[in-house]
Ligand binder design. Structure first.
Ligand code: AMP
Ligand code: MG
Length: 494
């Protein structure tokens, strides 16, 4: 089914633990991403769903797989844990996709591993479907993230706060190497291992660094900066869709720059820059606005691991690492401006753009305006219809000034041919989604699935396939929750 070529399993043995998935009672296919399967060159026989389910649940290990659990450490809510690792995820192997990119195929919830600690190695249906929905929404938004290949129910119970139905999530990633993977090796002073891993990720994710530095030692500081840049850009993209990751621990931050681990994550409905959903984030460490700062903090932890690689002279190494950390801030600022400038339909950078964006955000904050609808309705404002936009604010009259500033700025934007209102509106609609995976819709899909009804899940996935289009049949998915539908808390579900 998969044409595996497993590079991670060829790395030193201390990087992972070989482990086979533990078969489950009664695997049933809940969702299978055929489009992604085709991109990955996965030969799935859909006429035999039972066999497909058996493979995707880990009951049948396909030929060529070299199943393993990756070792990693991590700072969880600021506290360092030297040994975490895949406690409920098993990397089956890697495939080369249609574009020649190496992708991991991982089973999440496939049974215990040497890293399970007190956990059962399993996943519950709700979190699996949540991860499926959100990963695919990210793909439709064009924001880097791991992908969902399949979800399979196990026919077994899992014991959480209550008894839940078990499921396995089949995840596809550019790789599962995390900040925490480097921390794991650094914690034991394994300089050789750090070098091996750094060269591995250069090969896999940042191959241009190889040529640029002719394999010289400068490539490691350059790698650190490349990761910082990728993460700064990623977090700016999150902020652009009102996304709150929820658990930005260093073990949940990839080296590739893909979003990973959609646990208690959520998209906000009404805008609040300090918004937190996760039940375990009581101090608001990972609140919406704190995400860039935390990203930088995580990159600082990565930089610490890199010090011995960057320069044999410690002082010089620290100096170089510090300049990367400073660069993170600058990269983020410029990525954030790019994202929000585009969300306002602006094609050129001008002095004062940051103020213009902040002006709107301040009004949104005051009004607890719906984040997604505010930006989506800008296309209507561009066409001269302001009513829908103004309705989103508690004191609409205060918006007149901002609208005027924005219109002036649009007027002076661009060179040469002026864009028509329709052209501006189309550009706005192409970047400001009408549909996001709103919490109440995810909740609704999970509740129904727990009762054996996958229709709301399938429909939500379908709605999110084309989030930038106004399709009348999916109009309800663009609506914010009614008061009684609001979801205020999300859970890890581990
Ligand atoms: P997460 O919150 O999913 O990023 O997981 C944090 C750590 O806890 C990772 O090392 C996971 O492998 C581990 N973990 C989470 N849930 C389980 C579980 N049910 N069984 C074993 N390990 C788990
Ligand atoms: Mg994790």
């Amino acid at each position: 089914m998969f044409s595996f070529d497993n590079s991670y399993s060829r790395l030193p043995e201390r990087f992972f633990a070989p482990v086979y998935p533990e078969p489950v009672e009664d695997p049933k296919l809940l969702a299978f991403n055929e489009k992604l399967a085709r991109q990955l060159g996965v030969a799935a026989d859909l006429s035999d769903p039972d066999r497909l389910a058996a493979i995707l649940a880990g009951n049948v290990v396909p030929s060529g797989a070299s199943p393993l659990a990756m070792a990693y450490a991590g700072h969880q809510f600021g506290n360092f844990v030297p040994k975490l690792g895949d406690g409920r995820a098993i990397l089956l192997g890697e495939v080369i996709d249609a574009e020649g990119r190496r992708r991991d195929i991982q089973l999440k919830g496939a049974g215990p591993t040497p890293f399970s600690r007190r956990g059962d190695g399993r996943a519950a249906l709700g979190p699996v479907l949540r991860e499926y929905i959100v990963s695919e929404a990210f793909a439709a938004f064009g924001i880097p993230a791991t992908r969902a290949l399949a979800a399979v129910s196990t026919g077994e119970p899992v014991y959480r706060e209550r008894v839940e139905q078990g499921a396995v999530f089949v995840r596809v990633a550019a790789s599962h190497v995390r900040v925490g993977t480097f921390q794991y090796l650094a914690a034991s002073g394994d300089e050789e291992g750090l070098k091996t891993l750094a060269d591995y990720v250069i090969d896999r994710h940042y191959p241009d660094l190889k040529d640029r530095f002719e394999n010289g030692p400068e490539r490691y500081a350059a790698l650190l900066e490349a990761v910082a840049l990728a993460q700064a850009r990623l977090i700016a993209r999150w902020l652009g869709v009102g996304f709150i990751h929820g658990v930005m621990n260093t073990d949940n931050m990839t080296i590739s720059g893909e979003t990973i681990d959609f646990g208690p994550c959520a998209f906000m409905d009404e805008y609040d820059q300090m918004k937190v959903f996760s039940s375990i984030d009581q101090a608001g460490r990972y609140a919406y606005r704190n995400q860039p700062g935390i990203g930088q903090w995580n990159i600082a932890r990565l930089a610490e691991c890199f010090l011995p690689l960057i320069d044999a002279d410690e002082e010089r190494a620290v100096e170089k690492a510090n300049s990367v950390l400073k660069a993170f801030g600058e990269h983020f600022q410029s990525a954030w401006l790019d994202v929000f400038r585009t969300k306002l339909g602006l094609t050129q950078a001008r002095e004062g753009d940051g103020d213009l964006v902040q002006g709107l955000m301040a009004e949104m904050q005051t009004s607890s305006a719906d984040f997604t609808r505010v930006f989506r309705s800008l296309s209507e404002v561009a066409r001269g219809r302001t009513a829908g936009f103004l309705d989103l604010f508690t004191a609409p009259e205060t918006l007149a000034d901002w609208i005027a500033r924005w219109r002036n700025r649009l007027e002076e934007d661009g060179e040469g041919a002026k864009r028509s209102a329709d052209q501006i509106a189309a550009a706005l609609d192409a970047v400001n989604p009408a549909i996001i995976p709103r919490n109440h819709r995810i909740e609704e899909a999970i509740v129904a699935a727990n009762d054996g009804d996958l229709k709301p899940f399938n429909r939500l996935v379908e709605a999110l396939e084309r989030p930038f289009e106004d399709r009348p049949e999916f109009a309800a998915y663009a609506e914010p929750p009614r008061p009684e539908q609001r979801v205020l808390r999300t859970f890890c579900g581990t």
